[in-house]
Design a protein around this ligand. Structure first.
Ligand SMILES: Cc1cc2nc3c(=O)[nH]c(=O)nc-3n(C[C@H](O)[C@H](O)[C@H](O)COP(=O)(O)OP(=O)(O)OC[C@H]3O[C@@H](n4cnc5c(N)ncnc54)[C@H](O)[C@@H]3O)c2cc1C
Length: 311
């Protein structure tokens, strides 16, 4: 039986692997459906990880993490985990063909921002299109950018960008916003945030250098207009990879939020003893590499304490 099963090989899962193995756990396996590294490997640049001065591609940035983790005995299996269930005081990890038993489990399956499906999105993703203002806002300092969306994330990120950028134009398909009224009020009070509603985004324009504009139309008039911007931030939802916690009867193995995130305490404990969650999958995640790594370390320390006191 494994001491710790880690599901997901992004920053949270890899850090959990480093801390559990280095902390003395013997049988630790990280299950990752693809190559380890997580969603950041799809990013062309990361420059906000403390201590790393160079601006690196996400892929290059994550490369040494794997080498470091495996040095202390972490084993990795390329497997797509289908489900985790609990039997007596241990867990069963179900993959498509096999099952594995583990005394404790750290769920670090992350998630991903939803795509808008607008023409030009795939072509310019990472070259003027971003889904993270905290990550990429700085690249547009003093410039004009647009934000697509009307939820809390979209308006909070528009506020963040308004501190860095010359002008932020928020495009939303409805007149009403899902964002909290107080956040919306703050955004509406900002001189450099303009709201365009109800509008539909038609196309993202650009050239070899990246995005240089967008085409949109008002829903009622259908008249197409052009906005010249170098950056478009898209916030049309976020999917958390929580399917593995779904049980055969449709319930979840542990307590979840309405948005499908795992509820944890500050030690990354779920309400099920021996089950921990870390990174973007958990409630109120900051959705940053440094935070996911911190969660992974905290979850690992909690798992080590659980093994010592309960098994
Ligand atoms: C384009 C982009 C740019 C970003 N830029 C920055 C930035 O500049 N700075 C920053 O701090 N953050 C950035 N982020 C956010 C950052 O990538 C995430 O916050 C971070 O990767 C979360 O780490 P995680 O380990 O929780 O999850 P993830 O990175 O999502 O890793 C989860 C892993 O679990 C695996 N997995 C999922 N389900 C299963 C399953 N059933 N079985 C097996 N494996 C599974 C996935 O394949 C994945 O590898 C960016 C994100 C994106 C998308």
């Amino acid at each position: 039986m494994l001491d710790v099963a880690i599901i997901g090989g992004g920053p949270a899962g890899l850090t959990a692997g480093l801390y559990t193995t280095r902390g003395g756990a013997k049988e630790v396996v990280m299950f990752e459906r693809g190559m380890p590294g997580g969603q950041i490997t799809g990013s062309s640049e990361i420059e906000n990880y403390p201590g790393v001065k160079e601006v690196l591609s996400g892929f290059d940035f994550m490369q040494p993490w794997q080498e470091q983790c495996f040095r202390f005995g972490l084993k990795s299996m390329q497997k797509d985990v289908m489900r985790i269930s609990r039997l007596k005081n241990y867990f069963v990890i179900h993959t498509d063909k096999e099952t594995f038993e583990a005394k404790s489990v750290i769920v670090a399956t992350g998630g991903s921002p939803k795509r808008s499906g607008v023409k030009g999105e795939d072509q310019f993703y990472g070259r003027g299109i971003s889904t993270c203002a905290t990550c990429d806002g700085f690249f547009y300092k003093g410039e004009e950018v647009a934000v697509l969306g009307g939820g809390d994330t979209a308006i909070e990120e528009a506020l963040f960008l308004s501190e860095l950028c010359k002008k932020v134009t928020v495009l939303h398909r409805r007149d009403e916003f899902r964002a909290a009224p107080v956040t919306l009020q703050k955004a509406k009070a900002k001189a450099n945030i303009e709201f365009l509603t109800p509008v539909l985004l038609d196309e993202i324009l650009g050239d070899a250098k990246g995005v240089n504009g967008i085409l949109y139309k008002y829903k009622d008039s259908q008249e197409q207009q052009k906005l010249e911007v170098n950056g478009l931030f898209i916030f049309v939802g976020y999917s958390v990879n929580n399917q593995i916690l779904k049980q055969e009867d449709g319930s979840f193995l542990c307590e979840m939020t309405d948005a499908g995130e795992v509820k944890v305490d500050l030690n990354m404990n779920t309400n099920v003893p021996g089950l921990f969650a870390a990174g973007d999958i958990r409630i109120q995640a900051a959705k940053q590499v440094v935070c996911a790594a911190g969660d992974g370390a905290r979850a690992a320390l909690s798992a080590l304490a659980y093994l010592e006191h309960h098994m």
